[in-house]
Design a protein around this ligand. Structure first.
Ligand code: CTP
Ligand code: MG
Length: 230
């Protein structure tokens, strides 16, 4: 059954899904790889569509797969599918350009974070709605972090209490994300980084363990297990 999006919602979610998935090993582009029999992108879009504030979803797909991704997502939710770019930042820019007039909050969410709960989409959007121009979900860093030199010699121990691991969806007032992408120089892997360069304050909200980024085969195995628990 196709989910209905909320025509009165104020949130557009961009889903960069055009990456190759090199770290996952040989196979289809990562967003199209199967998790419990369904592509990662289907898992991701189903959860985004379940968030009540979502008005629009724009997916940036691998250029060769735009038609098949459109067909694959039609039974899941109404989505716009555009061809992505060579870098994640270009994929996000392509998706951003396809957002219709209306939503004033834009979230950017990796397809690779396929198990992200709808609640996290809502909490990031709510923080933007409450007046923050840029919002990122974060988790505390659990490992001890060392700084090393090129020879792997330890230079020092970083104060972990001041560090956060950053997830997606990252949320922005639409005008702020538009301006950051217009001004963007070298590609970054994170949209909040572009906004920081504009001098815009970025605030943190609690992330979710379920929003892990499926990057390596271990993560896929972990996600497979997590699905059996939820
Ligand atoms: N992405 C994208 N366009 C690119 C590169 C990445 O839309 N040119 C997307 C990926 O599809 C993914 C998200 O950005 O959903 C986060 O990127 P990452 O986890 O690095 O995925 P890949 O680039 O596919 O993986 P790898 O770096 O291992 O090749
Ligand atoms: Mg990548």
């Amino acid at each position: 059954m196709t989910a209905q999006l909320n025509p009165r919602g104020d949130v557009a979610v961009l889903v960069p899904a055009a990456g190759a998935g090199v770290r996952l090993g040989p196979g289809a582009p990562k967003a199209l790889r199967l998790l419990a029999g369904e592509p990662l992108l289907v898992h991701a879009v189903r959860r985004i569509a379940a968030a009540p504030s979502v008005h629009t979803i724009v997916v940036a797909a691998p250029a060769a797969d735009v038609e098949s991704v459109r067909a694959m997502l039609t039974p899941v939710a109404p989505v716009t599918v555009v061809p992505g770019g060579a870098e994640r930042q270009a994929s996000v820019a392509a998706a951003l350009a396809a957002v219709p007039a209306g939503p004033e909050i834009v979230l950017v969410h990796d397809a690779a974070r396929a198990l992200t709960p709808p609640d996290l989409v809502e909490s990031v959007a709510a923080a933007v709605r409450d007046g923050h121009d840029a919002v990122i979900p974060v988790l505390p860093v659990v490992d001890t972090i060392k700084e090393v030199d090129a020879a792997e010699q330890v230079l020092g121990t970083v104060d972990r209490s001041a560090l956060r691991a950053v997830q997606t969806p990252q949320g922005f007032r639409r005008s702020v994300l538009d301006a950051a992408h217009e001004a963007a120089g070298d590609p970054l892997t994170d949209d909040a980084g572009l906004v920081e360069k504009q001098g815009v304050p970025v605030v943190c909200v609690p992330g979710s363990e379920l929003a892990l980024k499926i990057t390596r085969p271990f993560d896929l195995a972990l996600a497979e297990h997590l699905l059996t628990l939820t």
